[in-house]
Ligand binder design. Structure first.
Ligand SMILES: *Cc1c(COP(=O)(O)O)cnc(C)c1O
Length: 361
């Protein structure tokens, strides 16, 4: 069996040891004679899995006790509505920074429920940078301030958080969760679809400060109310059982095999440095993001020639480097190098790029 190096932006690679463990436990989970896929979510065995996943996430991310962890469905995209429905109930206003397609979707969805102010945008340069923010332009009585921390499509990341004072900071961390330590106490809400860095698709993790729960609009569907899920320990209805189990295995990998998020950051920096320093030295390939805002997870690049881009993607795919085509809204290439991508995968990709450059110069 030949496994490829999968540079997909999501769903994406999972650690091989996690997949092997899931395979080994597929037919008989810990001697209970059934697969995790088959068992009741109300069983004692499953209770151990979901509670274990939450405990590990709390430990690995160092989540303070006054935050709830919710395991939901509907993807990060459902949070674009769920957040305003639950939080936009004081002044009815919120601030948004437009740093890409996901940030824009979050703002557009919130605008259906209240006043969704755009305080800054980097659309003028195809979202290739994070705008400088001036706190004087922020809405003082906003119910929250929303950012998309790592911009999956454009390859930018915030290195500095906006100074929002008492206004709760809400961040979409779908494509950077577990990639580096994060100070949870600086945020009101963190949310992420799991399929980039945490698990297969199907799970959305919400980490929310307790005082922000219980303020939902009357029109909020029961399933969109944070309070319902918090009160029921993410078991109001059937949770995405198997994906939560996979997240638990990934968290065990982060904790035991990697050694936590500090170590994960070092590992991710090493991988990203290798690729960016090649892009900076190449005469053919170049990164599209300003150096100071470059993401460790998603690395978009171009040759400047669409035919050459297409040839590169084609030859790379044949050589076992798959899903390198850039997002349809940007073109070019994008290498997503999430936690599970080994250093060796980036090393081999860079060697392949060097060869391609020599051959096509
Ligand atoms: C992938 C992604 C989304 C969309 O996630 P879904 O789970 O497909 O709804 C939203 N935000 C960011 C930053 C993403 O990377």
């Amino acid at each position: 069996m030949a496994r490829v190096y999968n540079f997909s932006a999501g769903p994406s690679m999972l650690p091989e040891s996690v997949l092997a463990k899931a395979a080994a436990e597929m037919l008989d989970y810990e001697g209970c004679g059934q697969s995790v896929m088959e068992m009741s979510h109300r069983s004692k065995v499953y209770e151990g899995i979901i509670n274990g996943a939450e405990a590990l996430l709390r430990e690995v991310m160092n989540i303070p006790d006054n935050y709830k962890v919710l395991f939901l469905q509907g993807g990060a995209s459902s949070q674009f509505a769920m957040i305003p429905m639950n939080l936009m109930t004081g002044s009815g206003k919120a601030d948004f920074v437009l740093t890409g397609q996901w940030a824009t979707k979050a703002q557009q969805e919130a605008a259906r429920y209240g006043q969704a102010n755009i305080v800054a945008s980097s659309k003028d340069k195809t979202f290739s940078y994070i705008p400088k923010l001036d706190p004087d332009t922020f809405t003082k009585d906003a119910d929250y301030f929303h950012i998309c921390m790592n911009n999956t499509i454009y390859g930018t990341v915030y290195h500095e958080l906006p100074q929002t004072g008492d206004v709760p900071l809400v961040a979409d961390i779908s494509s950077c969760i577990l990639s580096a330590p994060i100070d949870v106490s600086k945020f009101g809400v963190l949310y992420a679809g799991a399929q980039k860095n945490m698990a297969p698709a199907g799970l959305t993790v919400v980490i929310i400060r307790e005082d922000l729960i219980g303020k939902a609009m009357d029109i909020t569907p029961t399933m969109f109310n944070y309070e319902i899920h918090a009160k029921n320990g993410s078991m109001y209805n059937t949770p995405p059982c198997y994906t939560i189990y996979m997240a638990k295995l990934v968290l065990e990998w982060v904790k035991n095999e990697i050694g936590g998020l500090d170590k994960m950051l070092v590992r991710n920096q090493k991988k990203a440095d290798l690729l960016y320093s090649f892009l900076d030295s190449s005469a053919m390939f170049k990164g599209t993001v300003v150096p100071e805002d470059r993401s460790l997870m998603n690395v978009p690049f171009i040759t400047g020639n669409e035919e050459l881009d297409a040839l590169f993607v084609k030859e790379a795919t044949a050589a076992g480097f798959v899903n390198l085509k850039g997002h349809r809204s940007v073109g070019g290439m994008r290498a997503s190098i999430y936690n599970a991508m080994p250093y060796e995968g980036v090393e081999k990709l860079v060697a392949f790029m060097k060869e391609f450059e020599a051959k096509n110069a």
